[in-house]
Design a protein around this ligand. Structure first.
Ligand SMILES: NC(=O)c1ccc[n+]([C@@H]2O[C@H](COP(=O)([O-])OP(=O)(O)OC[C@H]3O[C@@H](n4cnc5c(N)ncnc54)[C@H](O)[C@@H]3O)[C@@H](O)[C@H]2O)c1
Ligand SMILES: [Zn+2]
Ligand SMILES: [Zn+2]
Length: 363
């Protein structure tokens, strides 16, 4: 039976809403009926070629739903189970997995090259970042379907799959924010808003949200920002404003959730001597960031990349669920639009215009 999906036919082409046919799940795979799928900026970057996966593809990598059927050998899941989709399953045996850095698994995105489904008119389809969540149903490796802890509605749980694991992990695993530290989060989209909530949970004192769009202030403050800075056209001015909010020292930690050279550089400049900057945003190869050798010495700062929040999704989901149930992490507040598959292009436009928090496709 065909299901509806948003298909990216080619890099840069408009999404096509069409029927797709999924095979029965083979060994080690599960079929999932999606309840919701968040629209992440990485989907936009995959569709415009800033990031690349084989096409035609069904994008969407932040989803939650219910298991419909399981293939041979799948023991930890059964039909009816509620799951969160994990777009970066770890193999457990590569070099980085053996070091415990499962978010850097060398084999995590191997599935993108596989044909997992076909359009009803016979075109082979790849699963984007493994999970192909922009569809009413998907078939994924069982390692991509993590049991959803109790007490979280499926429609909110989708956000755990990327924005929240990433934003929370950037603060807790990568930057390791300590109580009382000062934090600046650049970019108040789905990921940045999750990072702001994570900074609040970590007990940060001053939490500065920075965005080009003045329209994000209310959302940012609701997520925990104590200060809001509208990014200036002059990056040095933005860094000066942030430093002024922290006794001229600069923040202990900056978390960059935009993916542009200018924001990476400004984030770094807005930290104190010895401060830490975690870069979550994903930009293209044209985004060159420069540092001179003398300033690297003088400021003694750390700049780190961050993949999927440096999270181990299977271990982190229960922790996030505890925060949600205790009211510390508010998933509902991150969702600003409930949309249909056909509205994904409009959600991309909103992102580019700096509108909204997270748009979530509800099925
Ligand atoms: N590292 C990872 O594993 C990972 C995971 C998920 C998302 N990402 C990346 O994180 C970034 C954020 O994702 P999102 O879904 O929250 O995006 P989004 O588009 O919803 O939010 C980005 C925000 O940045 C703001 N912005 C744009 N230019 C700016 C500037 N010059 N200064 C300050 N703010 C600016 C926008 O107004 C917007 O509010 C993207 O680059 C995405 O690809 C990375
Ligand atoms: Zn994402
Ligand atoms: Zn691995």
């Amino acid at each position: 039976m065909a299901v509806r999906a948003a298909v990216l036919p080619a890099i840069g082409a408009p999404l096509e809403i069409t029927g797709i046919e999924l095979p029965d799940p083979g060994p080690g795979r599960v079929r999932v009926r999606l309840a919701a799928a968040g629209v992440c900026h990485s989907d936009l970057s995959l569709s415009d070629g800033t990031m690349r996966v084989p096409v035609p593809a069904v994008l969407g990598h932040e989803g939650a739903g219910t298991v419909v059927s399981v293939g041979e050998g799948v023991e930890h899941l059964a039909p009816g189970d509620q799951v969160v989709l994990n777009w970066a399953p770890s193999c457990g045996s590569c070099h980085t997995c053996s070091l415990g850095e499962v978010w850097l698994c060398a084999n995590a995105l191997g599935g993108a090259a596989e044909v997992y489904a076909r359009t009803t008119d016979g075109r082979d389809l790849h699963p984007g970042l493994n999970v192909a969540a922009f569809a009413e149903e998907t078939v994924v490796p069982a390692s991509c379907a993590l049991p959803l802890p109790d007490g979280i509605p499926l429609t909110d749980a989708a956000l755990l799959g990327c924005a929240v694991l990433t934003g929370y992990g950037a603060v807790h695993h990568s930057a390791r924010v300590l109580p009382g530290e000062t934090v600046a989060v650049f970019g108040a989209g789905g990921v940045g808003l999750a990072a702001l909530q994570a900074a609040r949970i970590a007990g940060a004192s001053t939490i500065v949200a920075v965005d080009v769009s003045p329209a994000k202030e209310e959302l940012a403050r609701a997520a925990g920002a104590t200060e809001y800075v509208v990014a200036s056209a002059e990056p040095a001015q933005t860094a000066r404003e942030i430093r002024a909010l922290t006794g001229k020292q600069g923040v202990d930690v900056a978390v960059e959730c935009v993916g542009r050279a200018v924001t990476i550089r400004t984030a770094w400049e807005s930290t104190r001597r010895g401060g830490r900057t975690t870069v979550v945003g994903i930009g293209g190869k044209d985004q060159q960031v420069t540092f001179n050798a003398l300033e690297l010495f003088h400021w003694g700062r750390t700049l780190s990349g961050c993949v999927y929040g440096n999270s181990d999704p299977a271990k982190d989901l229960p922790v996030l669920a505890d925060h949600v149930r205790a009211g510390r992490l508010d998933l509902t507040a991150l969702v600003t639009d409930r949309i249909g598959l056909e509205d994904i292009p409009a959600a991309f436009d909103d992102m580019l215009a700096g509108r909204g928090g997270r748009a979530v496709v509800t099925f």
